[in-house]
Design a protein around this ligand. Structure first.
Ligand SMILES: Cc1ncc(COP(=O)(O)O)c(C=O)c1O
Length: 379
């Protein structure tokens, strides 16, 4: 077996929900349970344990069963799927929404349906692994531009625009990068795409529910067209499952031709019901996202005042660059020792030499947790 550098080795750790709104209890066989405040998960709004969402899921289990028992095109479609697709479509002002069991699968499906071996794909260097897997599976030719670097993006696009291809180019980016906390200027990217007759796909996994007008993400309401977006219910929505949103024709193509949609068991009804309940809560409380963003900005300033580089971005993900892998792990341990759960993100998830602490602000985090964080970082 290949020897792995101990500072790069991954370990599975198990957590249970604690009593406090943002508490996760690390259940370690050797040391016993340890309660930690969650500065690590993507459950930004704490919806995974919201009573209305739990109730919606419980009711769906009773009425529809645990699983759908079939794919959407055989016996798996339930009224709750249609209700969720239609309500998401109206919320995001998209003709059609199709549900998937996970964001990874939705991204794979999206790229495989929008690109083939004749397509030139231009993608941000730091896009999620699921999108890279989709590009590889599609057989498309990939050109990567430096992270959020529009000058480089335009340069690549211009350099290749003279090549005649059977399909128009596809551009892929994310609206909130999960390991950087950064956001590209989506409107500008969409304008450039329109000018060069390129189609644009944006992964909105981390922005939906938190960023943009009323938490509708950063692709909502833009002037230039965006061919398709993906969203997941595994992050701000607090559940599981995902969706693609696009125009009627593109959705019909997916439904007719996409194996990742046709040949998989439909999203479990309790998860669809949970996602619909989460959507309704987000609609009714769109200040939640705004509050998180303000808390994020305050924390960015405090981290800077504590002597660290200011974490970039506007959302709830704050990435503190450390560099060496072991140093990032040591800081993670120091924070755990004072009761805070923040995870060290290391290569290959991020480029070599850029290990970091990924801090995530959650709605239920008590102010004392952030004071403890700053005091520890200041040492
Ligand atoms: C940017 C991005 N897209 C897609 C996914 C996949 O979503 P899911 O967890 O629903 O499979 C993730 C989650 O890791 C992600 O961070």
């Amino acid at each position: 077996m290949q020897r792995i550098d101990p500072a790069l080795q991954r370990k599975l750790r198990t957590f249970r929900l604690g009593k406090e709104p943002s508490e996760l209890v690390l259940t370690d066989m050797n040391n016993g349970p340890k309660g930690l405040l969650d500065l690590a998960s993507n459950d930004y709004l704490g919806l995974s344990r919201h009573p209305e969402i739990i109730k919606a899921a419980q009711e769906a289990i009773i009425s529809e069963g645990i699983g759908a028992g079939g794919s959407r095109l055989i016996t798996g479609s339930r009224p709750i799927h249609h209700e969720l697709e239609s309500e998401l479509g109206s919320w995001l002002n998209r003709d059609r929404v199709l549900l998937f069991p996970s964001g990874f699968q939705a991204n794979l499906a999206a790229v495989m349906s929008l690109a083939d071996r004749n397509t030139l794909v231009f993608a941000d260097r730091l896009i999620h692994n699921s999108l890279l897997v989709g590009i590889k599976a599609s057989g498309a030719k990939l050109k990567r531009f430096a992270h959020n670097d529009l000058a480089h993006f335009k340069e690549l696009l211009k350099a290749h625009s003279t090549q005649s291809r059977k399909t128009s180019p596809l551009v892929i980016t994310e609206s909130l990068f999960s390991m950087e906390g950064t956001t590209p200027p989506v409107q500008e990217i969409a304008d450039i795409c329109q000018k060069h007759q390129a189609r644009l796909f944006v992964d909105e996994a981390h922005a939906l529910g938190v960023l943009g007008e009323k938490g509708k993400g950063l692709c909502y309401g833009l002037d230039s067209p965006i061919e398709m977006i993906s969203g997941t219910f595994g992050k701000a929505f607090g559940g599981g499952g995902a969706f693609l949103a696009c125009n009627t024709q593109t959705a019909e193509d997916l439904l007719q031709n996409c194996g990742a949609f046709k040949y998989t068991t439909a999203l479990a009804p309790p998860l669809a019901a949970a996602a619909l309940a989460a959507l309704r809560l987000i609609k009714a409380n769109h200040h939640w996202g705004v509050d998180l963003q303000s808390r994020g900005q305050v924390l960015r300033s405090r981290i800077e005042e504590a002597g660290w580089p200011r974490p970039p971005g506007i959302g709830p993900i704050l990435s503190v660059l450390i560099g060496p892998n072991q140093a990032a792990l040591d800081l993670q341990q120091q924070l755990e020792d004072v009761g805070l759960l923040c995870v060290a993100i290391r290569p290959p998830t991020v480029p070599n030499g850029t290990a970091r602490l990924r801090l995530v602000i959650h709605k239920g985090l008590p102010p004392e947790a952030l004071n403890t964080l700053i005091n520890t970082l200041a040492k």
